[in-house]
Design a protein around this ligand. Structure first.
Ligand SMILES: [Zn+2]
Length: 200
Protein backbone atom coordinates (compact mmCIF):
# COMPACT_ATOMS: atom_id res chain seq x y z
CA UNK A 1 0.00 0.00 0.00
CA UNK A 2 1.35 3.39 -0.92
CA UNK A 3 1.29 5.98 1.82
CA UNK A 4 -0.94 8.98 1.17
CA UNK A 5 0.87 12.31 0.94
CA UNK A 6 -0.71 15.00 3.09
CA UNK A 7 -1.78 18.20 1.36
CA UNK A 8 -1.51 21.85 2.36
CA UNK A 9 -4.53 22.68 4.48
CA UNK A 10 -4.03 19.62 6.73
CA UNK A 11 -3.02 20.81 10.19
CA UNK A 12 -0.27 18.20 10.64
CA UNK A 13 1.94 20.13 8.20
CA UNK A 14 2.12 22.97 10.73
CA UNK A 15 3.08 20.82 13.72
CA UNK A 16 6.49 20.43 15.29
CA UNK A 17 7.61 16.82 14.99
CA UNK A 18 8.37 14.64 18.01
CA UNK A 19 11.87 13.21 18.39
CA UNK A 20 12.50 9.71 17.08
CA UNK A 21 13.28 7.50 20.07
CA UNK A 22 12.92 3.93 18.77
CA UNK A 23 15.37 2.76 16.16
CA UNK A 24 13.72 -0.55 15.37
CA UNK A 25 12.40 -2.44 12.36
CA UNK A 26 9.33 -0.18 12.41
CA UNK A 27 11.54 2.82 11.62
CA UNK A 28 13.25 0.96 8.75
CA UNK A 29 9.82 0.01 7.40
CA UNK A 30 8.68 3.63 7.67
CA UNK A 31 11.78 4.80 5.75
CA UNK A 32 11.12 2.24 2.99
CA UNK A 33 7.43 3.13 2.76
CA UNK A 34 8.28 6.84 2.63
CA UNK A 35 10.86 6.26 -0.13
CA UNK A 36 8.26 4.30 -2.13
CA UNK A 37 5.66 7.06 -1.73
CA UNK A 38 8.28 9.67 -2.67
CA UNK A 39 9.36 7.75 -5.78
CA UNK A 40 5.77 7.24 -6.91
CA UNK A 41 5.12 10.95 -6.57
CA UNK A 42 8.46 11.69 -8.35
CA UNK A 43 9.85 13.67 -5.43
CA UNK A 44 13.44 13.94 -4.16
CA UNK A 45 12.62 14.34 -0.47
CA UNK A 46 9.79 13.56 1.93
CA UNK A 47 9.19 14.47 5.57
CA UNK A 48 7.26 12.31 8.05
CA UNK A 49 4.62 15.06 8.34
CA UNK A 50 3.86 14.46 4.67
CA UNK A 51 2.72 10.90 5.35
CA UNK A 52 0.74 11.90 8.42
CA UNK A 53 3.30 11.43 11.22
CA UNK A 54 4.63 14.47 13.10
CA UNK A 55 8.09 13.01 13.73
CA UNK A 56 11.65 14.35 13.38
CA UNK A 57 12.27 12.06 10.42
CA UNK A 58 12.73 12.54 6.68
CA UNK A 59 14.12 10.79 3.60
CA UNK A 60 15.96 12.25 0.61
CA UNK A 61 17.18 10.83 -2.68
CA UNK A 62 18.72 13.56 -4.81
CA UNK A 63 20.04 12.51 -8.22
CA UNK A 64 23.47 13.67 -9.32
CA UNK A 65 23.61 16.04 -12.25
CA UNK A 66 26.80 16.25 -14.36
CA UNK A 67 26.56 20.03 -14.64
CA UNK A 68 25.90 20.68 -10.96
CA UNK A 69 28.23 18.53 -8.86
CA UNK A 70 27.36 18.29 -5.17
CA UNK A 71 29.90 18.09 -2.38
CA UNK A 72 29.18 15.39 0.16
CA UNK A 73 31.33 14.77 3.23
CA UNK A 74 30.01 12.12 5.62
CA UNK A 75 31.67 11.93 9.05
CA UNK A 76 34.68 13.85 7.63
CA UNK A 77 35.01 11.50 4.64
CA UNK A 78 34.38 12.90 1.13
CA UNK A 79 32.05 10.55 -0.74
CA UNK A 80 30.14 10.47 -4.02
CA UNK A 81 26.58 11.62 -3.17
CA UNK A 82 25.18 8.50 -4.85
CA UNK A 83 26.88 6.40 -2.13
CA UNK A 84 24.94 8.05 0.70
CA UNK A 85 21.54 8.02 -1.00
CA UNK A 86 18.78 7.26 -0.45
CA UNK A 87 19.32 8.79 2.95
CA UNK A 88 17.04 8.61 6.01
CA UNK A 89 17.62 11.28 8.66
CA UNK A 90 16.29 10.94 12.19
CA UNK A 91 16.39 13.97 14.50
CA UNK A 92 18.31 16.10 11.97
CA UNK A 93 19.74 19.47 13.01
CA UNK A 94 20.93 21.75 10.20
CA UNK A 95 23.64 24.40 10.60
CA UNK A 96 24.42 26.61 7.63
CA UNK A 97 28.11 26.82 6.69
CA UNK A 98 29.11 30.35 5.59
CA UNK A 99 28.39 30.30 1.85
CA UNK A 100 26.45 32.28 -0.74
CA UNK A 101 22.72 32.25 -0.30
CA UNK A 102 21.04 31.69 -3.62
CA UNK A 103 17.54 31.56 -5.06
CA UNK A 104 16.18 28.44 -6.67
CA UNK A 105 12.72 27.33 -7.65
CA UNK A 106 11.30 24.75 -5.25
CA UNK A 107 8.25 22.56 -5.27
CA UNK A 108 6.72 20.39 -2.56
CA UNK A 109 4.68 17.18 -2.79
CA UNK A 110 2.17 18.71 -0.37
CA UNK A 111 1.66 21.58 -2.85
CA UNK A 112 1.07 19.84 -6.22
CA UNK A 113 1.91 21.99 -9.27
CA UNK A 114 2.87 25.00 -7.11
CA UNK A 115 6.43 26.27 -7.40
CA UNK A 116 8.32 29.35 -6.28
CA UNK A 117 11.82 30.66 -5.66
CA UNK A 118 13.30 30.34 -2.19
CA UNK A 119 16.67 31.69 -1.00
CA UNK A 120 18.75 29.29 1.06
CA UNK A 121 22.44 28.94 1.98
CA UNK A 122 24.35 26.79 -0.52
CA UNK A 123 26.31 24.80 2.03
CA UNK A 124 25.18 23.14 5.24
CA UNK A 125 26.18 20.68 7.87
CA UNK A 126 23.50 18.35 9.23
CA UNK A 127 23.79 16.22 12.35
CA UNK A 128 21.39 13.28 12.39
CA UNK A 129 20.91 9.67 13.46
CA UNK A 130 20.66 6.78 11.02
CA UNK A 131 18.08 3.97 11.19
CA UNK A 132 20.11 2.20 13.90
CA UNK A 133 20.40 5.36 15.98
CA UNK A 134 24.09 5.99 15.14
CA UNK A 135 25.02 9.68 15.08
CA UNK A 136 26.47 11.20 11.88
CA UNK A 137 27.42 14.56 10.48
CA UNK A 138 26.98 15.28 6.78
CA UNK A 139 28.39 18.34 5.06
CA UNK A 140 26.90 19.05 1.64
CA UNK A 141 25.94 21.74 -0.84
CA UNK A 142 23.87 22.33 -3.94
CA UNK A 143 20.57 20.54 -4.49
CA UNK A 144 21.24 18.01 -1.71
CA UNK A 145 21.74 20.81 0.85
CA UNK A 146 18.63 22.57 -0.42
CA UNK A 147 16.52 19.43 -0.28
CA UNK A 148 17.65 18.65 3.29
CA UNK A 149 16.88 22.22 4.40
CA UNK A 150 13.40 22.00 2.84
CA UNK A 151 12.66 18.64 4.53
CA UNK A 152 14.06 19.62 7.93
CA UNK A 153 11.88 22.75 7.82
CA UNK A 154 8.84 20.45 7.48
CA UNK A 155 9.83 18.73 10.74
CA UNK A 156 9.37 22.08 12.49
CA UNK A 157 6.11 22.92 10.74
CA UNK A 158 7.84 25.39 8.40
CA UNK A 159 6.80 25.29 4.74
CA UNK A 160 8.56 26.58 1.64
CA UNK A 161 5.88 29.26 1.23
CA UNK A 162 6.96 30.61 4.65
CA UNK A 163 10.49 31.12 3.26
CA UNK A 164 9.41 32.96 0.10
CA UNK A 165 9.78 36.68 -0.37
CA UNK A 166 6.52 38.62 -0.38
CA UNK A 167 6.63 39.28 -4.14
CA UNK A 168 7.22 35.62 -4.94
CA UNK A 169 4.43 34.51 -2.66
CA UNK A 170 2.06 37.08 -4.16
CA UNK A 171 2.40 35.33 -7.54
CA UNK A 172 1.21 31.96 -6.21
CA UNK A 173 -1.04 33.11 -3.38
CA UNK A 174 -4.29 32.40 -5.27
CA UNK A 175 -3.17 28.83 -6.10
CA UNK A 176 -2.10 28.22 -2.49
CA UNK A 177 -5.43 29.48 -1.16
CA UNK A 178 -7.29 27.35 -3.74
CA UNK A 179 -5.35 24.26 -2.62
CA UNK A 180 -6.10 24.96 1.05
CA UNK A 181 -9.80 25.37 0.25
CA UNK A 182 -9.89 22.10 -1.74
CA UNK A 183 -8.11 20.23 1.06
CA UNK A 184 -10.44 21.56 3.73
CA UNK A 185 -13.54 20.82 1.65
CA UNK A 186 -12.28 17.27 1.19
CA UNK A 187 -11.74 16.85 4.95
CA UNK A 188 -15.17 18.30 5.73
CA UNK A 189 -16.73 15.76 3.37
CA UNK A 190 -14.93 13.01 5.31
CA UNK A 191 -12.48 12.27 2.45
CA UNK A 192 -8.71 12.26 2.59
CA UNK A 193 -7.10 14.82 0.27
CA UNK A 194 -4.61 13.32 -2.20
CA UNK A 195 -2.29 14.58 -4.89
CA UNK A 196 -4.55 14.95 -7.96
CA UNK A 197 -3.59 12.66 -10.86
CA UNK A 198 -1.21 14.33 -13.35
CA UNK A 199 -2.89 16.04 -16.30
CA UNK A 200 -1.47 14.70 -19.56
ZN1 LIG B 1 7.93 19.90 1.04
Amino acid sequence: MTLRITQFGESILLEKGKKVTSFDSGLTQLANDMLDAMDQAEGIGLAAHQIGKALQFCVVDVPEHPEYPMACILDSKPLAPSLVMPLALANPVVSPIPSDEYYCEEGCLSFPEIRGEVARPDRISVKYQDLEGNAHELECDGLLARCIQHEVDHLHGILFIDRMEKNTYAEIKAEVKGLKKRTQECLKAGKLPEIPPKQE
